[in-house]
Design a protein around this ligand. Structure first.
Ligand code: GLC
Ligand code: CA
Length: 557
Protein backbone atom coordinates (compact mmCIF):
# COMPACT_ATOMS: atom_id res chain seq x y z
CA UNK A 1 0.00 0.00 0.00
CA UNK A 2 1.30 3.45 -0.89
CA UNK A 3 1.23 6.08 1.84
CA UNK A 4 1.37 9.80 1.25
CA UNK A 5 3.96 12.12 2.77
CA UNK A 6 3.08 13.67 6.07
CA UNK A 7 3.55 17.37 5.30
CA UNK A 8 0.69 19.51 4.03
CA UNK A 9 2.67 22.37 2.54
CA UNK A 10 4.71 21.17 -0.48
CA UNK A 11 7.46 23.62 0.56
CA UNK A 12 7.55 22.30 4.15
CA UNK A 13 11.31 21.76 4.00
CA UNK A 14 11.82 25.54 3.86
CA UNK A 15 10.36 25.97 7.34
CA UNK A 16 11.83 22.77 8.77
CA UNK A 17 14.30 22.44 11.61
CA UNK A 18 16.14 19.20 10.91
CA UNK A 19 17.65 16.98 13.61
CA UNK A 20 20.31 14.49 12.57
CA UNK A 21 20.43 11.20 14.50
CA UNK A 22 21.91 7.75 14.29
CA UNK A 23 19.36 5.28 15.68
CA UNK A 24 22.18 3.24 17.22
CA UNK A 25 23.32 6.25 19.27
CA UNK A 26 20.01 7.52 20.61
CA UNK A 27 18.36 5.08 22.99
CA UNK A 28 18.65 1.34 23.56
CA UNK A 29 15.24 -0.13 24.40
CA UNK A 30 16.22 -3.83 24.57
CA UNK A 31 19.44 -3.34 26.50
CA UNK A 32 21.84 -5.02 24.10
CA UNK A 33 24.10 -1.97 24.02
CA UNK A 34 22.88 -0.65 20.65
CA UNK A 35 20.23 2.01 20.12
CA UNK A 36 17.16 0.85 18.22
CA UNK A 37 13.85 1.99 16.72
CA UNK A 38 11.78 1.12 19.79
CA UNK A 39 14.25 3.28 21.73
CA UNK A 40 13.92 6.17 19.29
CA UNK A 41 10.15 5.85 19.56
CA UNK A 42 10.38 6.34 23.31
CA UNK A 43 12.31 9.56 22.80
CA UNK A 44 9.84 11.28 20.50
CA UNK A 45 8.60 13.30 23.47
CA UNK A 46 12.09 14.70 23.85
CA UNK A 47 12.35 15.57 20.16
CA UNK A 48 8.93 17.17 20.11
CA UNK A 49 9.82 19.30 23.14
CA UNK A 50 13.07 20.32 21.44
CA UNK A 51 10.89 21.62 18.62
CA UNK A 52 12.66 20.00 15.69
CA UNK A 53 10.32 19.21 12.81
CA UNK A 54 12.20 16.73 10.64
CA UNK A 55 14.27 13.74 11.75
CA UNK A 56 17.17 12.77 9.51
CA UNK A 57 18.17 9.18 10.18
CA UNK A 58 21.69 8.08 9.30
CA UNK A 59 21.90 4.72 7.49
CA UNK A 60 20.08 1.93 9.36
CA UNK A 61 20.21 -0.79 6.69
CA UNK A 62 21.96 -4.16 6.80
CA UNK A 63 25.66 -3.49 6.46
CA UNK A 64 29.05 -4.82 7.55
CA UNK A 65 29.33 -1.40 9.29
CA UNK A 66 32.82 -0.61 8.10
CA UNK A 67 31.68 2.94 7.25
CA UNK A 68 29.00 3.25 9.93
CA UNK A 69 26.33 1.94 7.60
CA UNK A 70 27.20 3.94 4.47
CA UNK A 71 28.42 0.54 3.24
CA UNK A 72 25.02 -0.99 2.50
CA UNK A 73 24.53 -4.68 1.76
CA UNK A 74 20.71 -4.58 1.52
CA UNK A 75 18.77 -1.40 0.75
CA UNK A 76 15.32 -2.75 1.56
CA UNK A 77 15.67 -3.99 5.15
CA UNK A 78 16.55 -2.83 8.64
CA UNK A 79 19.83 -3.81 10.28
CA UNK A 80 18.75 -6.42 12.86
CA UNK A 81 20.58 -4.58 15.65
CA UNK A 82 18.20 -1.64 15.24
CA UNK A 83 14.93 -3.63 15.20
CA UNK A 84 12.51 -4.90 12.57
CA UNK A 85 10.70 -3.32 9.65
CA UNK A 86 7.60 -3.25 11.85
CA UNK A 87 9.57 -1.27 14.45
CA UNK A 88 10.62 1.19 11.77
CA UNK A 89 7.06 1.64 10.52
CA UNK A 90 5.76 2.11 14.04
CA UNK A 91 8.36 4.81 14.61
CA UNK A 92 7.61 6.47 11.25
CA UNK A 93 3.89 6.63 11.91
CA UNK A 94 4.41 7.91 15.44
CA UNK A 95 6.72 10.68 14.18
CA UNK A 96 4.12 11.61 11.56
CA UNK A 97 1.46 11.58 14.25
CA UNK A 98 3.38 14.32 16.00
CA UNK A 99 3.73 16.37 12.86
CA UNK A 100 7.37 15.48 12.31
CA UNK A 101 8.78 14.54 8.93
CA UNK A 102 11.32 11.75 8.48
CA UNK A 103 14.27 11.76 6.10
CA UNK A 104 16.32 8.64 5.33
CA UNK A 105 19.53 8.02 3.40
CA UNK A 106 19.64 7.01 -0.24
CA UNK A 107 23.25 6.02 -0.80
CA UNK A 108 23.47 5.98 -4.58
CA UNK A 109 27.16 6.30 -5.36
CA UNK A 110 28.39 3.02 -3.92
CA UNK A 111 27.41 -0.16 -2.10
CA UNK A 112 29.24 -2.43 0.30
CA UNK A 113 31.42 -5.05 -1.35
CA UNK A 114 29.17 -7.48 0.53
CA UNK A 115 26.09 -6.41 -1.47
CA UNK A 116 24.75 -9.26 -3.64
CA UNK A 117 25.16 -7.03 -6.71
CA UNK A 118 28.91 -6.88 -6.14
CA UNK A 119 29.16 -10.54 -5.27
CA UNK A 120 27.38 -11.34 -8.54
CA UNK A 121 29.42 -8.80 -10.51
CA UNK A 122 32.81 -10.17 -9.59
CA UNK A 123 31.96 -13.68 -10.78
CA UNK A 124 29.92 -12.65 -13.83
CA UNK A 125 31.44 -12.58 -17.29
CA UNK A 126 33.11 -9.32 -18.31
CA UNK A 127 30.62 -7.26 -20.31
CA UNK A 128 27.58 -8.96 -18.77
CA UNK A 129 24.81 -6.90 -17.20
CA UNK A 130 25.73 -8.23 -13.73
CA UNK A 131 29.39 -7.34 -14.09
CA UNK A 132 28.47 -3.89 -15.36
CA UNK A 133 26.74 -2.89 -12.13
CA UNK A 134 30.16 -1.60 -11.10
CA UNK A 135 33.05 0.18 -12.80
CA UNK A 136 35.85 -2.21 -13.87
CA UNK A 137 39.18 -1.78 -15.57
CA UNK A 138 42.19 -3.88 -16.54
CA UNK A 139 44.48 -1.08 -15.42
CA UNK A 140 44.54 1.26 -12.45
CA UNK A 141 45.69 4.15 -14.64
CA UNK A 142 42.22 5.29 -15.76
CA UNK A 143 40.50 8.47 -14.53
CA UNK A 144 43.71 9.78 -13.01
CA UNK A 145 42.20 13.26 -12.76
CA UNK A 146 40.00 12.14 -9.84
CA UNK A 147 41.29 13.08 -6.40
CA UNK A 148 41.32 10.72 -3.42
CA UNK A 149 38.75 11.66 -0.77
CA UNK A 150 39.70 9.44 2.18
CA UNK A 151 43.34 10.50 2.06
CA UNK A 152 44.22 8.85 5.39
CA UNK A 153 43.26 5.32 4.32
CA UNK A 154 43.17 5.09 0.53
CA UNK A 155 46.10 5.23 -1.86
CA UNK A 156 44.11 4.83 -5.08
CA UNK A 157 40.54 4.95 -6.37
CA UNK A 158 41.13 1.50 -7.92
CA UNK A 159 41.38 -1.80 -6.06
CA UNK A 160 42.31 -5.15 -7.58
CA UNK A 161 39.69 -7.86 -7.22
CA UNK A 162 41.31 -11.31 -7.44
CA UNK A 163 37.98 -12.99 -8.18
CA UNK A 164 36.99 -10.72 -11.07
CA UNK A 165 40.64 -10.43 -12.07
CA UNK A 166 40.12 -6.73 -12.68
CA UNK A 167 40.30 -3.40 -10.86
CA UNK A 168 37.10 -1.82 -9.55
CA UNK A 169 36.51 1.88 -9.01
CA UNK A 170 35.73 3.41 -5.60
CA UNK A 171 35.75 7.06 -4.50
CA UNK A 172 35.60 6.17 -0.80
CA UNK A 173 36.81 3.10 1.13
CA UNK A 174 38.05 0.19 -0.99
CA UNK A 175 35.21 -1.93 0.43
CA UNK A 176 32.72 0.52 -1.17
CA UNK A 177 32.69 -0.13 -4.93
CA UNK A 178 31.04 2.64 -6.99
CA UNK A 179 27.92 1.80 -8.95
CA UNK A 180 28.08 2.19 -12.73
CA UNK A 181 25.47 4.65 -14.01
CA UNK A 182 26.40 3.91 -17.60
CA UNK A 183 24.41 0.71 -17.05
CA UNK A 184 20.70 1.69 -17.16
CA UNK A 185 19.85 -1.28 -14.92
CA UNK A 186 21.60 0.51 -12.02
CA UNK A 187 19.30 3.52 -12.14
CA UNK A 188 16.29 1.20 -12.39
CA UNK A 189 17.36 -0.51 -9.16
CA UNK A 190 17.97 2.82 -7.42
CA UNK A 191 14.49 3.99 -8.42
CA UNK A 192 13.01 0.79 -6.99
CA UNK A 193 14.74 1.46 -3.69
CA UNK A 194 13.53 5.06 -3.69
CA UNK A 195 9.93 4.01 -4.38
CA UNK A 196 10.11 1.38 -1.65
CA UNK A 197 10.83 3.98 1.04
CA UNK A 198 8.57 6.68 -0.38
CA UNK A 199 5.70 4.20 -0.62
CA UNK A 200 6.16 3.60 3.09
CA UNK A 201 5.60 7.31 3.72
CA UNK A 202 9.15 8.58 4.20
CA UNK A 203 9.20 12.35 3.54
CA UNK A 204 12.75 13.06 2.50
CA UNK A 205 15.85 11.43 1.07
CA UNK A 206 19.43 12.51 1.64
CA UNK A 207 21.32 11.65 -1.51
CA UNK A 208 24.78 10.72 -0.34
CA UNK A 209 27.94 11.66 -2.24
CA UNK A 210 26.24 12.66 -5.48
CA UNK A 211 29.03 14.54 -7.29
CA UNK A 212 30.73 11.23 -8.10
CA UNK A 213 28.04 9.23 -9.89
CA UNK A 214 29.67 9.24 -13.33
CA UNK A 215 33.30 8.97 -14.48
CA UNK A 216 34.74 10.38 -17.71
CA UNK A 217 38.36 10.28 -18.90
CA UNK A 218 40.11 13.66 -18.93
CA UNK A 219 37.95 15.13 -16.16
CA UNK A 220 38.11 15.15 -12.35
CA UNK A 221 35.04 12.90 -12.44
CA UNK A 222 33.00 15.29 -10.29
CA UNK A 223 29.81 17.23 -11.12
CA UNK A 224 29.72 15.90 -14.69
CA UNK A 225 26.74 16.62 -16.97
CA UNK A 226 25.77 12.94 -17.06
CA UNK A 227 25.61 12.92 -13.26
CA UNK A 228 22.99 15.66 -13.48
CA UNK A 229 21.06 13.59 -16.01
CA UNK A 230 20.87 10.77 -13.46
CA UNK A 231 19.69 13.14 -10.75
CA UNK A 232 17.02 14.68 -12.97
CA UNK A 233 15.76 11.16 -13.62
CA UNK A 234 15.56 10.43 -9.91
CA UNK A 235 13.69 13.67 -9.27
CA UNK A 236 11.29 13.11 -12.17
CA UNK A 237 10.48 9.65 -10.83
CA UNK A 238 9.80 11.22 -7.44
CA UNK A 239 7.59 14.00 -8.82
CA UNK A 240 5.67 11.58 -10.99
CA UNK A 241 4.25 9.61 -8.09
CA UNK A 242 4.90 11.37 -4.83
CA UNK A 243 3.75 14.71 -3.48
CA UNK A 244 5.34 16.73 -0.73
CA UNK A 245 8.63 14.82 -0.58
CA UNK A 246 12.12 16.24 -0.62
CA UNK A 247 15.65 15.43 -1.78
CA UNK A 248 18.67 16.80 0.06
CA UNK A 249 21.95 16.80 -1.88
CA UNK A 250 25.23 15.96 -0.23
CA UNK A 251 27.60 17.66 -2.64
CA UNK A 252 30.71 18.89 -0.88
CA UNK A 253 31.63 21.45 -3.54
CA UNK A 254 32.01 25.19 -4.18
CA UNK A 255 28.74 27.16 -4.38
CA UNK A 256 29.00 27.57 -8.14
CA UNK A 257 29.40 23.79 -8.53
CA UNK A 258 26.56 23.05 -6.11
CA UNK A 259 24.17 25.39 -7.93
CA UNK A 260 23.51 22.89 -10.77
CA UNK A 261 22.32 20.31 -8.22
CA UNK A 262 19.20 22.45 -7.85
CA UNK A 263 18.76 22.40 -11.65
CA UNK A 264 15.83 24.53 -12.70
CA UNK A 265 14.11 23.44 -9.54
CA UNK A 266 14.01 19.94 -11.04
CA UNK A 267 16.93 18.22 -9.31
CA UNK A 268 17.40 18.48 -5.54
CA UNK A 269 15.18 20.57 -3.25
CA UNK A 270 17.93 21.16 -0.72
CA UNK A 271 21.71 21.08 -0.78
CA UNK A 272 24.12 21.44 2.11
CA UNK A 273 26.07 24.68 2.10
CA UNK A 274 29.51 23.12 2.69
CA UNK A 275 31.70 26.20 2.09
CA UNK A 276 29.74 28.33 4.56
CA UNK A 277 30.26 25.96 7.49
CA UNK A 278 34.05 26.28 8.07
CA UNK A 279 33.83 30.03 7.42
CA UNK A 280 31.47 30.49 10.34
CA UNK A 281 34.11 28.93 12.57
CA UNK A 282 36.82 30.99 10.91
CA UNK A 283 34.96 34.29 11.28
CA UNK A 284 34.50 33.60 14.96
CA UNK A 285 38.17 32.83 15.57
CA UNK A 286 39.36 35.77 13.44
CA UNK A 287 36.76 38.03 15.06
CA UNK A 288 36.02 39.29 11.57
CA UNK A 289 32.82 38.94 9.54
CA UNK A 290 34.65 38.90 6.22
CA UNK A 291 34.80 35.11 5.63
CA UNK A 292 31.03 34.85 6.06
CA UNK A 293 30.13 37.91 4.00
CA UNK A 294 32.51 36.78 1.27
CA UNK A 295 31.10 33.29 0.85
CA UNK A 296 27.54 34.57 0.95
CA UNK A 297 28.39 37.02 -1.84
CA UNK A 298 29.71 34.08 -3.86
CA UNK A 299 26.58 32.05 -3.20
CA UNK A 300 24.39 32.15 -6.30
CA UNK A 301 20.64 32.62 -6.35
CA UNK A 302 18.71 29.38 -6.32
CA UNK A 303 15.29 28.50 -7.77
CA UNK A 304 12.17 29.51 -5.84
CA UNK A 305 11.36 25.98 -4.66
CA UNK A 306 14.92 25.29 -3.44
CA UNK A 307 16.74 25.87 -0.19
CA UNK A 308 20.20 25.66 1.38
CA UNK A 309 20.76 23.13 4.16
CA UNK A 310 22.79 24.79 6.94
CA UNK A 311 24.82 23.00 9.60
CA UNK A 312 27.60 23.55 12.07
CA UNK A 313 28.53 19.95 12.81
CA UNK A 314 27.46 16.53 11.61
CA UNK A 315 28.50 12.87 11.85
CA UNK A 316 31.58 13.51 9.70
CA UNK A 317 34.69 15.59 10.24
CA UNK A 318 34.50 19.37 9.96
CA UNK A 319 35.58 19.21 6.35
CA UNK A 320 38.15 21.68 5.07
CA UNK A 321 37.90 20.70 1.42
CA UNK A 322 36.05 23.90 0.53
CA UNK A 323 38.61 26.42 1.82
CA UNK A 324 41.93 27.49 0.30
CA UNK A 325 45.29 26.29 1.62
CA UNK A 326 45.91 29.31 3.78
CA UNK A 327 42.47 29.08 5.34
CA UNK A 328 42.98 25.36 5.94
CA UNK A 329 46.24 25.93 7.77
CA UNK A 330 44.55 28.55 9.88
CA UNK A 331 41.62 26.27 10.74
CA UNK A 332 43.92 23.38 11.70
CA UNK A 333 45.92 25.71 13.89
CA UNK A 334 42.88 27.31 15.49
CA UNK A 335 40.74 24.23 16.03
CA UNK A 336 42.93 21.10 16.21
CA UNK A 337 45.80 21.58 18.62
CA UNK A 338 46.20 17.79 18.94
CA UNK A 339 46.93 16.02 15.63
CA UNK A 340 44.55 13.25 16.71
CA UNK A 341 41.76 15.74 16.19
CA UNK A 342 42.43 15.62 12.44
CA UNK A 343 41.22 13.13 9.86
CA UNK A 344 41.46 13.20 6.07
CA UNK A 345 40.99 16.87 5.12
CA UNK A 346 39.22 17.99 8.27
CA UNK A 347 38.75 18.10 12.02
CA UNK A 348 36.82 15.36 13.85
CA UNK A 349 35.33 17.25 16.78
CA UNK A 350 31.94 18.26 18.10
CA UNK A 351 30.64 21.79 18.47
CA UNK A 352 31.11 22.28 22.23
CA UNK A 353 34.79 21.23 22.35
CA UNK A 354 35.49 23.30 19.20
CA UNK A 355 34.12 26.27 21.15
CA UNK A 356 36.18 25.30 24.22
CA UNK A 357 32.88 24.84 25.98
CA UNK A 358 32.28 28.58 25.96
CA UNK A 359 28.49 28.85 26.07
CA UNK A 360 28.45 32.34 24.59
CA UNK A 361 30.39 31.18 21.56
CA UNK A 362 28.18 28.12 21.17
CA UNK A 363 25.07 30.28 21.39
CA UNK A 364 26.43 32.80 18.93
CA UNK A 365 27.14 30.18 16.27
CA UNK A 366 23.74 28.59 16.85
CA UNK A 367 22.10 31.99 16.48
CA UNK A 368 23.69 32.30 13.05
CA UNK A 369 22.67 28.75 12.15
CA UNK A 370 19.05 29.52 13.06
CA UNK A 371 18.85 32.90 11.33
CA UNK A 372 20.83 32.52 8.09
CA UNK A 373 18.87 31.85 4.91
CA UNK A 374 18.30 28.13 4.73
CA UNK A 375 17.07 25.18 6.73
CA UNK A 376 19.07 24.57 9.93
CA UNK A 377 20.28 21.08 10.78
CA UNK A 378 21.18 20.23 14.38
CA UNK A 379 23.43 17.28 15.13
CA UNK A 380 22.14 15.12 17.99
CA UNK A 381 23.78 15.89 21.31
CA UNK A 382 24.97 19.35 20.29
CA UNK A 383 21.85 20.82 21.89
CA UNK A 384 23.17 19.72 25.30
CA UNK A 385 26.81 20.49 24.54
CA UNK A 386 28.10 16.93 24.25
CA UNK A 387 31.82 16.38 23.84
CA UNK A 388 33.81 13.97 21.68
CA UNK A 389 36.43 11.26 22.13
CA UNK A 390 39.48 11.69 19.93
CA UNK A 391 40.86 8.32 21.04
CA UNK A 392 38.22 6.44 19.05
CA UNK A 393 39.08 5.63 15.42
CA UNK A 394 37.69 7.12 12.20
CA UNK A 395 34.87 9.60 12.96
CA UNK A 396 33.54 7.53 15.86
CA UNK A 397 34.58 10.12 18.42
CA UNK A 398 31.57 12.27 17.47
CA UNK A 399 29.17 9.32 17.33
CA UNK A 400 29.04 8.28 20.99
CA UNK A 401 25.79 7.46 22.89
CA UNK A 402 23.34 10.26 23.63
CA UNK A 403 23.70 11.40 27.23
CA UNK A 404 20.28 11.13 28.87
CA UNK A 405 21.18 11.17 32.55
CA UNK A 406 23.93 10.70 35.11
CA UNK A 407 23.00 7.02 35.46
CA UNK A 408 25.08 4.07 34.25
CA UNK A 409 25.84 4.31 30.51
CA UNK A 410 24.54 7.89 30.53
CA UNK A 411 21.03 6.44 30.78
CA UNK A 412 21.39 5.32 27.16
CA UNK A 413 21.28 1.59 27.86
CA UNK A 414 21.07 -0.82 30.78
CA UNK A 415 23.51 -3.25 29.15
CA UNK A 416 26.87 -4.01 30.70
CA UNK A 417 29.15 -1.09 29.75
CA UNK A 418 31.41 -3.48 27.80
CA UNK A 419 28.49 -4.26 25.49
CA UNK A 420 27.86 -0.71 24.30
CA UNK A 421 28.52 -0.11 20.59
CA UNK A 422 30.80 2.72 21.78
CA UNK A 423 32.03 3.92 25.15
CA UNK A 424 30.10 6.89 26.52
CA UNK A 425 31.87 10.20 27.06
CA UNK A 426 33.01 10.19 30.68
CA UNK A 427 35.60 12.93 31.10
CA UNK A 428 34.95 15.46 33.87
CA UNK A 429 33.96 18.34 31.57
CA UNK A 430 31.81 16.72 28.87
CA UNK A 431 31.06 13.35 30.50
CA UNK A 432 27.50 12.25 31.18
CA UNK A 433 27.79 13.17 34.85
CA UNK A 434 28.19 16.81 33.86
CA UNK A 435 26.33 16.95 30.55
CA UNK A 436 23.00 15.18 30.28
CA UNK A 437 19.38 15.77 29.30
CA UNK A 438 17.88 15.02 32.70
CA UNK A 439 19.83 17.67 34.55
CA UNK A 440 19.39 20.26 31.79
CA UNK A 441 15.69 19.63 31.36
CA UNK A 442 14.66 21.32 34.58
CA UNK A 443 17.29 24.02 34.60
CA UNK A 444 15.89 27.16 32.97
CA UNK A 445 19.23 28.50 31.77
CA UNK A 446 20.67 25.21 30.48
CA UNK A 447 21.94 24.81 26.91
CA UNK A 448 18.99 22.51 26.21
CA UNK A 449 16.41 25.07 27.26
CA UNK A 450 18.26 27.79 25.41
CA UNK A 451 18.04 25.70 22.26
CA UNK A 452 14.35 24.88 22.80
CA UNK A 453 13.66 28.60 23.13
CA UNK A 454 15.57 29.58 20.04
CA UNK A 455 14.04 26.86 17.90
CA UNK A 456 10.56 27.90 19.03
CA UNK A 457 11.35 31.53 18.27
CA UNK A 458 12.67 30.74 14.84
CA UNK A 459 9.51 28.83 14.01
CA UNK A 460 7.35 31.85 14.90
CA UNK A 461 8.91 33.87 12.07
CA UNK A 462 8.50 32.44 8.61
CA UNK A 463 10.96 34.98 7.26
CA UNK A 464 13.87 32.86 8.55
CA UNK A 465 13.03 29.98 6.25
CA UNK A 466 11.63 31.97 3.36
CA UNK A 467 12.95 35.52 3.32
CA UNK A 468 15.89 37.16 1.60
CA UNK A 469 19.09 38.22 3.36
CA UNK A 470 20.77 41.58 3.12
CA UNK A 471 24.06 42.45 4.83
CA UNK A 472 24.64 45.80 6.48
CA UNK A 473 28.14 47.17 6.25
CA UNK A 474 29.07 48.80 9.55
CA UNK A 475 32.62 50.08 10.01
CA UNK A 476 33.33 47.68 12.87
CA UNK A 477 34.16 44.40 11.13
CA UNK A 478 33.82 42.41 14.34
CA UNK A 479 30.09 42.94 13.97
CA UNK A 480 28.03 40.87 11.54
CA UNK A 481 24.69 42.58 10.87
CA UNK A 482 22.04 41.46 8.41
CA UNK A 483 18.39 41.87 7.62
CA UNK A 484 16.00 39.07 6.80
CA UNK A 485 13.01 40.30 4.81
CA UNK A 486 9.87 38.66 3.47
CA UNK A 487 6.52 37.16 4.45
CA UNK A 488 5.53 40.59 5.75
CA UNK A 489 8.29 40.43 8.35
CA UNK A 490 11.60 42.23 8.75
CA UNK A 491 14.16 40.92 11.18
CA UNK A 492 17.47 42.57 12.00
CA UNK A 493 20.21 40.28 13.32
CA UNK A 494 23.37 41.69 14.88
CA UNK A 495 26.20 39.46 16.08
CA UNK A 496 29.41 40.32 17.90
CA UNK A 497 32.15 37.93 16.74
CA UNK A 498 34.60 39.31 19.29
CA UNK A 499 35.48 38.13 22.78
CA UNK A 500 35.23 41.74 23.94
CA UNK A 501 32.29 44.13 24.06
CA UNK A 502 31.81 46.11 20.83
CA UNK A 503 29.96 49.24 19.73
CA UNK A 504 28.35 49.47 16.32
CA UNK A 505 26.53 52.06 14.25
CA UNK A 506 24.10 50.69 11.71
CA UNK A 507 22.77 52.45 8.67
CA UNK A 508 19.04 51.79 8.93
CA UNK A 509 17.92 54.82 6.89
CA UNK A 510 15.42 52.73 4.96
CA UNK A 511 13.67 51.81 8.21
CA UNK A 512 13.42 55.27 9.73
CA UNK A 513 10.44 55.50 12.08
CA UNK A 514 10.36 51.76 12.79
CA UNK A 515 10.95 50.25 16.17
CA UNK A 516 13.32 47.32 16.75
CA UNK A 517 11.79 44.88 19.20
CA UNK A 518 14.24 42.39 20.68
CA UNK A 519 12.68 39.03 19.98
CA UNK A 520 13.82 36.88 22.92
CA UNK A 521 12.50 39.21 25.59
CA UNK A 522 10.04 41.21 23.47
CA UNK A 523 11.89 44.34 24.57
CA UNK A 524 11.21 47.60 22.72
CA UNK A 525 14.33 49.48 21.63
CA UNK A 526 14.45 53.15 20.59
CA UNK A 527 12.76 54.03 17.31
CA UNK A 528 15.09 54.28 14.31
CA UNK A 529 15.77 57.92 13.54
CA UNK A 530 17.66 59.82 10.87
CA UNK A 531 21.02 59.20 12.55
CA UNK A 532 22.96 55.91 12.40
CA UNK A 533 21.48 53.43 14.86
CA UNK A 534 23.85 52.77 17.79
CA UNK A 535 24.08 49.48 19.65
CA UNK A 536 26.53 47.95 22.09
CA UNK A 537 27.02 44.22 22.26
CA UNK A 538 28.65 42.17 25.01
CA UNK A 539 31.33 39.56 24.24
CA UNK A 540 29.94 37.14 21.60
CA UNK A 541 26.58 38.82 22.09
CA UNK A 542 23.83 38.80 19.49
CA UNK A 543 20.46 40.45 18.97
CA UNK A 544 17.46 39.44 16.93
CA UNK A 545 15.09 42.38 16.42
CA UNK A 546 11.78 42.43 14.67
CA UNK A 547 11.37 45.81 13.00
CA UNK A 548 7.85 46.90 13.80
CA UNK A 549 5.86 49.94 12.87
CA UNK A 550 6.23 52.35 15.79
CA UNK A 551 3.03 53.24 17.67
CA UNK A 552 3.19 56.83 16.42
CA UNK A 553 3.27 55.52 12.86
CA UNK A 554 0.27 53.28 13.39
CA UNK A 555 -1.75 56.12 14.96
CA UNK A 556 -0.96 58.45 12.08
CA UNK A 557 -2.54 55.98 9.63
C1 GLC B 1 29.19 10.57 2.98
C2 GLC B 1 28.91 10.33 4.44
C3 GLC B 1 30.12 9.76 5.12
C4 GLC B 1 30.55 8.51 4.41
C5 GLC B 1 30.77 8.78 2.91
C6 GLC B 1 31.02 7.53 2.14
O1 GLC B 1 30.12 11.57 2.80
O2 GLC B 1 28.48 11.52 5.05
O3 GLC B 1 29.87 9.50 6.46
O4 GLC B 1 31.73 7.99 4.97
O5 GLC B 1 29.61 9.39 2.36
O6 GLC B 1 29.91 6.69 2.15
CA1 CA C 1 19.18 -2.33 21.35
Amino acid sequence: MKKSGSARDPLWYKDAVIYEIHVKAFFDANNDGIGDFPGLLQKLDYLEALGVTCLWLLPFFPSPLRDDGYDISDYLSIHPSYGTMEDFKTFLNAAHGRGMQVMVELVVNHTSDQHPWFQAARTAAPGSKERDFYVWSDTDRKYEGARIIFTDTEKSNWTWDPIAKAYYWHRFFSHQPDLNYDNPAVLEEVLKIMRYWLDMGVDGLRLDAIPYLVEREGTNCENLPDTHVVLKNIRAAMDENYEGRMILAEANQWPSDVRPYFGDGDECHLAFHFPLMPRMFMALRLEDRQPIVDIMRHTPEIPENCQWGLFLRNHDELTLEMVNEEERDYMYLAYSSDPRMRINVGIRRRLAPLMENNSRRIELLNSLLLSFPGTPIIYYGDEIGMGDNIHLGDRNGVRTPMQWSGDRNAGFSRAAPEMLYSPVISDPVYGYGAVNVESQDGEASSPLNWMRNMVALRKLFRVFGRGVMEFLDPGNRKILAYLRRGEGETVLCVANLSRFAQPVELNLQAYQGMRPVEMLGYVEFPVIGSQPYSLSLGPYGFFWFELQKAREQIEAQ
